[in-house]
Unconditional design. Structure first.
Length: 87
């Protein structure tokens, strides 16, 4: 079994009101020096069987068609390092 992570973030040119709200709250809570905050989504996908390039390509297709909105979001797919080092 393998775990693949898909991180989805708003594209840089897209406004991120949730990230701006967090950025505004941090100084009020005593956290200084934060220049920018962007909020995104993380999906952890457990796959049965061996992880192959074909399976990774399938996860990329999932990310492009369901997990993200490619018009306003970018995504990155990677193997969970904890899973890879445990093998």
């Amino acid at each position: 079994m393998a775990r693949v992570v898909v991180d989805v973030m708003p594209k840089p040119e897209i406004l991120d009101p949730q990230g701006k709200a967090v950025q505004g709250a941090l100084p009020r809570l005593g956290f200084e020096g934060v220049v920018d905050v962007r909020q995104g989504k993380r999906f952890e996908i457990e796959l049965a069987g061996e992880l192959t390039e074909a399976r990774l390509a399938e996860v990329r297709q999932m990310a492009e068609t369901l997990l993200s909105n490619p018009v306003i979001e970018d995504f990155a797919v990677h193997v969970d390092e904890r899973e890879a080092s445990a093998r």
